[in-house]
Ligand binder design. Structure first.
Ligand code: CP
Ligand code: NVA
Length: 309
């Protein structure tokens, strides 16, 4: 029997129905209606990491364990990849050993090459371009907290980075209105923005890219931010903090300016006192730890989905 290989490289490839199926599946797994404890019996996930990780690494590893399978942590530097073995050969060889590959890489092009030469499904655990598995679990969190996706308004404040790119695609596909406030020259990827505008025409969602955080958060149900200095951008740290902190830090004043109940979301890790204040992060409207927990439930749904369960 031939099996069609199903990668999860970016949300662009998923239909809204696929995203909804994953949200519903993760919710059923979380509340115990769907028993997945043997779904990965005898299966192995290879997890290649070129950058650090807490949530992605631990949630995928625990998910595999709780589903009867096994996960291998493979640090890029410790693989022959780190000494120059090609991505092509690594992909072909790992495909002979493991059933699924998850990779966190600097360059999205490397991820695409890995997926192209792998005969097993490849999951993006974060690249410079996007972070799809984060946003899938965030959609579960939004659905749990607000009870719907269509018509919810998300305001994203800060850097137009990988998380912002995936949020744009996820929201525009699912009918969630999204307003971003970013400084000039830190907007999301223009190709992603064009694709999101196209998806939003189909879903009825609205998209705004603005400069002023106060404008973006108007009527927002959710205010979302992420680090101002993503992994791999450390040399720009001083410059970025000067541009971002004075205007784009999420404070309690910004959140109360919506005039309604607004939740605060962050993919974590948070840099307290930079993109968000302690007061916001530790407040009752912060749902960042529910977000982190939902990574585990969503990883299980994703693992099932890529192998066609
Ligand atoms: N949000 C997220 O992906 O966290 P880690 O970098 O800890 O995996
Ligand atoms: N934008 C951040 C996300 C970390 C989960 C980064 O790429 O470092």
């Amino acid at each position: 029997m031939t099996r069609v290989k199903k990668d999860l490289l970016w949300l662009v490839d998923l239909e809204p129905e696929d995203i909804w199926e994953l949200v519903v599946m993760a919710r059923r797994i979380k509340d115990g209606r769907l028993n997945v404890s043997h779904d990965m019996d005898g299966k192995t996930l290879g997890m290649i990491f070129q950058k650090p990780s807490t949530r992605t690494r631990v949630s995928f590893e625990v998910a595999m364990l709780q589903m009867g399978g096994h996960a291998l942590y493979l640090n890029w530097r410790d693989l022959q990849l780190g000494r120059g073995e090609s991505i092509k050969d690594t992909a072909r060889v790992l495909s002979r050993y493991v059933d699924i590959i998850m990779a966190r890489v600097y360059s999205h092009l490397d991820l695409k090459e890995l997926a192209y030469y792998s005969s097993v499904p490849v999951i993006n655990g974060l690249s410079d371009l996007c972070h799809p598995v984060q946003i899938l679990s965030d959609l579960l969190t939004i659905y749990e907290k607000i009870g719907r996706l269509v018509g919810v308004k998300v305001a994203y404040i800060g850097d137009g980075n990988n998380v912002a790119n995936s949020l744009l695609i996820g929201c525009s596909k699912m009918g969630i209105d999204i307003s971003l406030a970013t400084p000039e020259d830190y907007e999301p990827n223009p190709d992603i923005l064009n694709m999101a505008r196209e998806f939003s025409r189909q879903s009825g969602a609205s998209i705004e890219v603005l400069r002023e955080p106060l404008d973006a958060v108007k009527d927002a149900d959710i205010i979302y931010t992420d680090t101002f200095v993503s992994m791999g951008m450390e040399e720009e740290r001083e410059k970025r903090l000067k541009v971002f902190i004075p205007k784009y830090q999420v404070t309690m004043d910004l959140i109360t300016s919506t005039g309604k109940r607004t939740y605060f979301m962050h993919c974590l890790p948070a840099h307290r006192g930079e993109e968000v204040t302690d007061e916001v992060l530790d407040s009752g409207i912060s749902i960042v730890y529910d977000q982190a927990e939902n990574r585990l439930h969503m990883q299980k749904a994703i693992l099932r989905w890529v192998i066609g369960l």
